[in-house]
Ligand binder design. Structure first.
Ligand code: C2O
Ligand code: CU
Ligand code: CU
Length: 521
């Protein structure tokens, strides 16, 4: 009910002086803090805005491409009693990225990143990981189907000086996987410092196809990361920490700033990995040339997808084959991404491909690559919903002592994953390669029709995933699912799942020394 103005003034006789003074005091008590809040919010806005500017790479067309692209070495191995054995040593080092000074970095067997591990489907592999850091770490094999005890999640820390010996049999199609630390609440810090490497799985089916496959010749790892630097050359880790975490203003590819890659063949295969902790890319060639998308996270697509761009959120991989003409140069850039994922970014350059004056012929990309089982949810054992919001999943934060999901070995489940925020998240599941059944009720685009272990979640959208738990029942050791924006993951946007035998009781124990401090306050 509203009173006419006259009625209001008639009903409120002039206040006596004391009440008037008190009213002034009340007004002051309300306005002064309000003004301070407005000023603080304004200052924070300016701070965020300037940081956002700082964290934006130079606009497309301005990089000089002065350094040859580093290609990580292949990891050496030996065969012991039928087991292919690799050794990996996370260690401290320093790298030359910028002119201000050396950057203290971490790497596996070197100063930054790690060697590329290659193994064949059917082989049993062991990786002896000796922690040469002064902090604990873990090594997680992202995308690998393997027992939970070998998965290298936060419940498998390796103490400084200790050696961990995970061993498993490679049992999945040829794919571009990767490895990185997964230390509880400290993944971003260790990955951003340089701990990451590629793990390539080969198999007979893929090897029989006429595709570029010679590592470092016509088949290249392309690990894309963004970093910012202090003037002394050290990484600027905490600056620009926004909703997503850290965005850098300098793009590194395989640890090289502004790289060029000399190409000697008519076609090259690029194994693209978004190894950044928060940034989303939409990779495309500057001249708009189409390329063939041949594989996603879990391996080959059924047929190549002709595309002019490929969006990649942190942790995702894509294999593309691009054709080159003799003597030409073309820039791979990240164009302004899908506005649903991230608004307002200008295009920026990533690397340049330089074709030799004469190129070795490459065969055409085959029209048929693989046959994938139909993504059919008819006999899914159960359906679950995961709402990704803020820094939690279904309003819960990561708890090392809690199994959020218990799945039965040999079954499939439908996981409906919804981004409850207008801002981007992503979703990654350990152990298994899933299929996307639908995006907001519609079938996925062809580029998302293959095996995936990580997907970008656009704001407010819903994704139905078909997740299969093929084997490796273990009632005590969990796998993880989480947002792969590493800062979100560290903030607790992660859950744990156990895979058990039918009717087996889950028996997850809180790791020794874990205090579950997040839930104590
Ligand atoms: Cu790439 Cu749980 O990680
Ligand atoms: Cu993973
Ligand atoms: Cu997130």
């Amino acid at each position: 009910m509203t009173l006419p103005p006259a009625a209001v003034s008639a009903a409120a006789p002039p206040a006596p002086p004391r009440r008037r003074r008190r009213r002034r005091l009340v007004i002051a008590l309300v306005t002064i803090p309000l003004a301070v809040i407005v000023l603080l919010v304004g200052a924070a806005g300016i701070w965020f805005a300037t940081n956002a500017v700082r964290a934006t790479p130079p606009p497309a067309g301005t990089l000089d491409f002065s350094a040859p692209l580093a290609v990580p070495p292949l990891a050496p191995s030996r065969v012991e009693h039928g087991v292919r054995v690799f050794e990996l040593t996370p260690q401290e080092g320093s790298s030359s990225f910028v002119t201000g000074g050396e950057t203290p970095t971490l790497g596996y067997d070197g100063a930054y990143l790690g060697p590329t591990i290659v193994a064949q489907r059917g082989e049993t592999v062991r990786v002896d990981v000796t922690n040469g850091l002064s902090d604990p770490t873990t090594v997680h094999w992202h995308g690998m189907h393997l027992p939970a005890a070998m998965d290298g999640g936060p419940s498998s820390p390796i103490a400084p000086g200790a050696t961990w010996h995970p061993e498993w049999t490679i049992d999945q199609p040829a794919a571009t996987l990767w490895y990185h630390p997964h230390l509880h609440e400290r993944t971003r810090e260790q990955v951003d410092a340089g701990l990451a490497g590629m793990f390539l799985v080969r198999d007979d089916e893929e090897s029989a196809l006429p595709l570029p496959r010679e590592y470092g010749v016509d088949d290249f790892p392309v690990i894309v990361q963004d970093r910012s630097f202090h003037s002394d050359g050290s990484f600027a880790g905490g600056l620009g920490m926004q909703f997503d975490g850290v965005l850098g203003d300098t793009i590194l590819v395989n640890g090289t700033v502004a790289p060029y890659l000399e190409v000697g063949t008519e076609r090259v295969r690029l194994r693209l990995l978004n190894g950044s902790s928060a940034r989303m890319y939409d990779l495309a060639f500057a001249d708009g040339r189409p390329f063939d998308l041949i594989a996603t996270d879990g391996g080959l697509l059924e047929e190549p997808v002709r595309a002019t761009d490929i969006p990649l959120s942190p942790g995702e991989r894509a294999e593309i084959v691009v054709a080159m003409s003799p003597g030409e140069r073309v820039v791979l850039r990240s164009q302004a991404p899908d506005p649903a994922l991230h608004a307002g970014w200008a295009a920026f350059d990533v690397m340049e491909l330089r074709a030799a004056a004469s190129l070795t012929p490459s065969p055409e990309v085959p029209t048929r690559l693989a046959s994938l089982p139909a993504a059919d949810d008819a006999d899914a054992a159960t359906e679950r919903t995961f709402v990704m919001s803020g820094h939690s999943i279904n309003d819960r934060e990561m708890d090392l002592g809690r199994a959020d999901v218990v799945a039965t070995v040999g079954t499939s489940e439908v996981w409906t994953v919804r981004n409850g925020n207008p801002l981007p998240h992503s979703f990654h599941v350990h152990d298994t390669q899933f299929r996307i059944l639908s995006v907001d009720g519609a079938p996925p685009p062809p580029r998302l029709a293959g095996f995936k272990d990580t997907i970008a979640l656009e704001g407010e959208r819903e994704y139905r995933l078909l997740v299969r738990f093929e084997d490796y029942a273990d009632p005590t050791t969990p796998y993880m699912y989480h947002c792969h924006l590493l800062w979100h993951e560290d903030q607790g946007m992660m859950g744990q799942f156990l895979v058990v035998e039918p009717a087996q009781r889950p028996d997850l124990k809180r790791p020794e020394g874990d205090t579950d401090d997040r839930h104590d306050h």
